[in-house]
Design a protein around this ligand. Structure first.
Ligand SMILES: *Cc1c(COP(=O)(O)O)cnc(C)c1O
Length: 413
């Protein structure tokens, strides 16, 4: 049994090897932030870095900064920094566009490698944009491609000789369930399919070894565990063995082998840069790089261990203090199968989350009934988990969630 006393929890903070990272973030007073899986917190250095990029690089350097401030290489430079966190090699990752757009690039590239197959397969209940991008591509293909969504349990058995691409989100956005990257990739390859992994809820939170899994393509968000800021550029991974043959459909000039040759004919860059499209959004890149740089010396094994321990503590405290309040654990109990958030189903989930936010405990709500608590190992303490569960118990015991103002749904939940 875990010791749930306050002193035992304080002792865990005192011996936490990542404890010093909390100070690198500008967290508001009175807030326990359990939504870093949706929008990462602001690193302290980001405001000054952005201000320097705006005033000096843009304001004074003007167009010279494409070379002098190395703006032109930002997609690849930041991509190489992210590569280390996801088990990729330098030269296999670029930063560009949004995750949704990168999904389109990865799906089309994968389909071009499997031209005789027709099906793009995924899991029903995947993050909506993943399914929507599949559907848009299938509709545009004029019958060449079709999309297929099957239940999570049926995915591996649905792989067959028609499957061109398997698209999965490694850490499920709602339940936090984690697909075994290596085993799932192997099963898909055995069936002749290419795999596109969405690492939005994995990168910066759990250990990912793309090359160890012999992965094909991957995409993911910059604004979640990587702390790149709202709408930060996303990342795109293509295994080196695919660079030459995978044809970019979004064949923009930044992916050309010589953009400044201004040739009439498109010829893709030889490496992963072929998956760039247009001019990189430099201000977003500067903020993203500031977030990613925080990971420079971080040991991902320690991040994963702390994420698992925070989740285990959350679950144990909920069992000890909130067992009678109608919460049903909606995430795996086994930390080895759980990503870096813990979810609970509750019929009054929306109102309860609003009441928690009013107390400074910020998680989020996912329809129809899921309260989601993100566990970011770089800036959360074990004592924050203790305090958060105390607030949940208080909201339930006081019935504070019944206040009428918590019943109206906002645009973003
Ligand atoms: C957050 C998230 C996205 C977001 O895509 P955007 O294009 O950045 O809006 C995509 N996929 C998954 C699995 C996510 O969790």
């Amino acid at each position: 049994m875990t010791d749930l006393s306050r002193s035992a929890i304080a002792a865990r903070d005192a011996s936490d090897p990542l404890a010093a990272y909390r100070d690198r973030f500008a967290l508001p007073d009175g807030v326990i932030y359990l939504d870093g899986n949706s929008l990462g917190a602001l690193p302290r250095k980001t405001a000054a870095r952005l201000s320097r990029a705006i005033k000096r690089e843009w304001g004074v350097g003007l167009i010279r900064s494409w070379n002098d401030a190395d703006w032109v290489n930002a997609p690849r430079r930041i991509g190489d920094k992210i590569a280390r966190l996801i088990g990729a090699a330098p030269g296999e990752v670029v930063v560009a566009d949004s995750t949704s757009v990168n999904l389109f690039k990865a799906l089309t590239a994968a389909c071009s490698l499997n031209p005789d197959r027709t099906v793009i397969l995924s899991e029903a209940g995947n993050f909506p944009t993943d399914a929507y991008m599949m559907q848009g591509l299938a509709a545009f293909s004029g019958g060449r491609l079709c999309e297929k969504l099957v239940s999570r349990d049926a995915v591996l058995d649905a792989l067959d000789a028609t499957t061109a691409v398997l698209l999965l989100t490694q850490t499920h956005y709602k339940s936090g369930q984690v697909w075994d990257l290596a085993e799932t990739t192997r099963r898909a390859h055995d069936a002749g399919a290419i795999v596109v992994w969405d690492l939005s809820h994995s990168a910066g939170a759990i250990e990912v070894d793309l090359n160890g899994a012999n992965a094909d393509f991957a995409v993911g968000c910059g604004y979640k565990f990587l702390n790149g800021g709202p709408g930060a550029p996303a990342f795109f991974y293509a295994a080196t063995r695919h660079h030459e043959r995978a044809a970019p459909v979004l064949s923009g000039w930044f992916g050309h082998r010589a953009p400044f040759a201004f040739d009439d004919r498109y010829a893709p860059a030889p490496g992963v840069e072929r998956f760039l499209c247009g001019t990189p959004a430099i201000l977003g890149m500067v903020a993203l790089e500031s977030g990613v740089d925080l990971f420079a010396e971080v040991d991902m094994t320690a991040v994963r261990a702390k994420s698992a321990a925070l989740g285990d503590l959350f679950i144990a405290l909920m069992e000890a203090r909130c067992a009678d309040h109608g919460f049903a654990l909606a995430s795996p109990r086994d930390a080895g199968r759980r990503g870096s958030h813990v979810s609970y189903a509750h019929p009054e989930g929306y109102a309860i989350m609003q009441a928690l936010k009013a107390r400074g405990v910020i998680g989020d709500f996912r329809t129809p009934d899921v309260l989601r608590f993100g566990l970011t190992p770089l800036y959360l303490r074990f004592q924050d988990i203790d305090d958060a569960v105390a607030a949940i118990a208080d909201v339930m015991e006081s019935e504070a969630w019944r206040a009428p103002e918590y019943a109206t749904r906002a645009a973003v939940t």
